[in-house]
Design a protein around this ligand. Structure first.
Ligand code: NAI
Length: 332
């Protein structure tokens, strides 16, 4: 039986890296039929909408999607296409596993942490007013319900994955109500999970500690903006944005995507690293229960990384996107 999966190729390097991912998954025998829909700049140019209704309809129907990065049209009234998809589908958990990979030179050799980012609230609610010329207010939204929802998801994820310690990081001294509510929700839900170690750390302390000793962390639970920033920092610990995968997960739907954006500086050059989106595709296979195929793809990736001769420039290798992709397929 084939799964129908929504594919959003995306903007910038999106079609290059999602195309490479499709090639590898096909070669691995993943039973997937792609339903291709467009969002972001491409969709806006064609339909006037950054996220046409057909995109949400397709994902709601298939429940699983793989997505390239999206560019949001500039101008008043446009909410980020990514935020729209996450909020409309209530994909409230941003899941980003950050792990040291073989063959990639980095300052640390054993990073293995998971960033969990609350995906639906915070400054991403997009509520800003100019109350008078030169005075802008931007609202940080934080509800107890959303805090409890992601905390529950986080603890259940840890129980399932055998993860041991969770750190909830925010800035409650500066934002006692919004950040305080998030931490209160975390502590309340955490009472049901006494077998999982729990701590709280100011977000600025976390940044320093991650730079100095990332191995001491296991799972990080963060609000939306902190999660966005810390995800990129963590990507830097294991080889950069070209390697870190992700998923946006709700109760019924999951959309898999890399942490990186459209990378306009390298668009069309054929040199983008496809690994982040490919690894998001591997996470998707695991999510669908296709563990064996996921393992095969992972092993092929690791062998190519270990050999180090056919990786893309961001990882220090000489290959372009097509050559890196072909090397992984050859290993399969
Ligand atoms: P970016 O992640 O696109 O690029 C940052 C740097 O990383 C660039 O130098 C880029 O060349 C490099 N890079 C990123 N992915 C790479 C890959 N796969 N292989 C090799 N190098 C890679 O971030 P930036 O420049 O801040 O954002 C560009 C656009 O992407 C913006 O329009 C932004 O809104 C959008 N964006 C979309 C996201 C999404 O759809 N989930 C996430 C982040 C940004």
């Amino acid at each position: 039986m084939a799964y129908t999966v929504t594919l959003i190729p995306g903007d910038g390097i999106g079609p290059e890296v999602t195309g490479a991912t499709q090639e590898v998954l096909r070669a691995a025998g993943a039973p997937i039929e792609w339903e291709v829909v467009h969002a972001g700049m491409k969709a806006f140019e064609e339909t006037g909408e950054p996220v046409p209704a057909a995109v949400l309809k397709s994902i709601r129907k298939n429940r699983v999607g793989l997505k390239g990065p999206l560019q949001t049209p500039k101008g008043k009234g446009f909410r980020s296409a990514n935020v729209t998809i996450r909020q409309e589908l209530q994909l409230y958990t941003g899941l980003r596993p950050v792990k040291t990979l073989p063959g990639i030179e980095t300052p640390y050799t054993d990073v293995d942490l998971v960033v969990l980012r609350e995906n639906t609230e915070d400054l991403y609610a997009g509520i800003e007013h100019e109350v008078m010329p030169g005075h802008v207010i931007s609202l940080k939204v934080s509800t107890r319900a959303a805090g409890e929802r992601i905390a529950k998801w986080a603890f259940e994820y840890m129980r399932y994955k055998g993860r041991r310690k969770i750190s909830c990081c925010a800035k409650p001294h500066i934002s006692p109500m919004a950040d305080g509510a998030f931490i209160d929700a975390f502590q309340a839900v955490g009472q049901d999970y006494p077998f999982i170690a729990q701590d709280m750390l100011p977000i600025d302390n976390l940044s320093m500690a991650l730079a100095m000793d990332p191995m001491r962390f296991d799972v990080l639970l963060l609000q939306n903006l902190y999660g966005d920033i810390i995800s990129d920092l963590c990507a830097g610990l294991v080889g950069g944005l070209g390697v870190v995968p992700g998923a946006n997960v709700g109760d019924r739907i999951a959309v898999f995507e890399a942490v990186h954006g459209t990378a306009p500086d390298i668009e069309g050059k054929g040199i983008a690293n496809p690994l982040a989106v490919l690894s998001s595709g591997v996470m998707m296979l695991e999510f669908m229960g296709e563990q064996k195929i996921a393992d095969r793809v992972n092993q092929a990736i690791w062998r190519v990384l270990e050999a180090g001769k056919k990786t893309t420039g961001d990882l220090g290798g000489p290959a372009n996107t097509a050559e890196f992709t072909a090397a992984i397929i050859e290993e399969l």
